[in-house]
Design a protein around this ligand. Structure first.
Ligand code: G3P
Length: 219
């Protein structure tokens, strides 16, 4: 399973890339706003330079014509750019048009099985079901991932499934067990993935015994 980093923070992306855990990056208007930079195109280009993999930048127009125009501008920023389009009626038209021109599209804000089917039929390169936000409203977000995996297998659809709105290490493990193509993970969750209390406890024990040996107090 590929790991994308769900962040627009350059330092965080650099750190995860250096760890070998960054196959791409996803951003959205909220993540961009967190960085407080108004030169968003320049920021996306810097992210592409670090990631050296697919980088999703989201359109902000609400009508198909505006999304298509914005999507083409975003795609031209860098070869790694993927255009993120919200899964609305207008968005579907934009997904079909941009995909038809060979521009990779990430269909975002996906919350239902039918939306997964529609965006794949429209030619989206990626689909982003938001599992955390479904959990927030009392549904099981991972059920939607299971549905998407099954439907795409049933019909040999090539759209890659990006598990988005990931909030916890369990979302990542469950994504891998279900066979999702990608999980886009916030940097703080990446850190949690490696942590285990028994690793820390075991290491502390080893270090204590090692120090005893170095001090000559070992038997
Ligand atoms: O990838 C989508 C993500 O940025 C949304 O996450 O935590 O705001 O639901 P969240």
């Amino acid at each position: 399973m590929k790991f994308f980093i769900d962040s627009a923070n350059l330092e965080a992306i650099r750190e995860v890339k250096a760890m070998g855990m960054c196959d791409g990056v996803t951003t959205n208007p909220s993540l961009m706003a967190k960085e407080g930079r108004t030169d968003t195109d320049a920021l996306l280009k810097e992210i592409c330079a670090i990631a050296q993999g697919p980088v999703s930048g989201e359109v902000t127009a609400l009508d198909a014509a505006g999304m298509i125009e914005e999507g083409k501008r975003l795609a031209a920023l860098d070869d790694h750019m993927v255009v993120k389009v919200p899964t609305t009626y207008e968005g579907l038209k934009a997904i079909a048009a941009l995909s038809g021109e060979g521009i990779p599209v990430n269909a975002t804000l996906v919350f239902s099985t039918n939306q997964c089917l529609l965006v794949a039929k429209a030619g989206a390169a990626y689909v982003s079901p938001f599992v955390g936000r479904l959990d927030d409203v009392g549904e099981d977000g991972m059920d939607l991932i299971a549905d998407a995996v099954e439907i795409y297998q049933n019909y040999d659809l090539e759209t890659e499934i990006i598990v988005a709105s990931v909030r916890s290490p369990m979302h990542v493990a469950d994504s891998a067990l279900l066979g999702a193509d990608i999980a886009t993970i916030p940097p703080d969750v990446i850190k949690k993935l490696v942590a285990h209390p028994l690793t820390d406890k075991g290491l502390a024990g080893f270090m204590k015994d090692w120090e005893k040996l170095q001090g000559g107090t070992g038997s």
